[in-house]
Design a protein around this ligand. Structure first.
Ligand code: ZN
Length: 95
């Protein structure tokens, strides 16, 4: 395992996580995704090309930036909604 790759991917994944379900508003006691786009952490790993071997380890470094809750690999997290809709523009913004 290459530590540098791990760190780089960790930063990339962390940057996208904005919230967890606990941080969303609740309707009659049931929280729902109001502000952020719901995504499974494992799917977020797919998007960031995180190798399978690193996933179990990496998830231990991930927590909700709002409530500090730690995640499991198949938990849902909230990411910025725009990121999904504007993927084509991202190359220009990154430059
Ligand atoms: Zn949270």
């Amino acid at each position: 395992m290459k530590p540098k790759l791990f760190d780089r991917l960790l930063i990339q994944v962390r940057r996208q996580i904005r919230s967890c379900l606990n941080c969303q508003p609740a309707d009659e006691g049931k929280p729902y995704w109001a502000y952020d786009q719901e995504i499974c952490i494992d799917e977020l790993f797919d998007r960031c090309d995180v190798p399978d071997l690193m996933r179990a380890q990496m998830v231990r470094y991930l927590k909700c930036p709002t409530c500090q809750k730690y995640f499991e690999q198949y938990d849902s997290v909230g990411i910025e909604i725009e990121q999904l809709q504007r993927q084509d523009d991202q190359n220009q913004e990154a430059a």
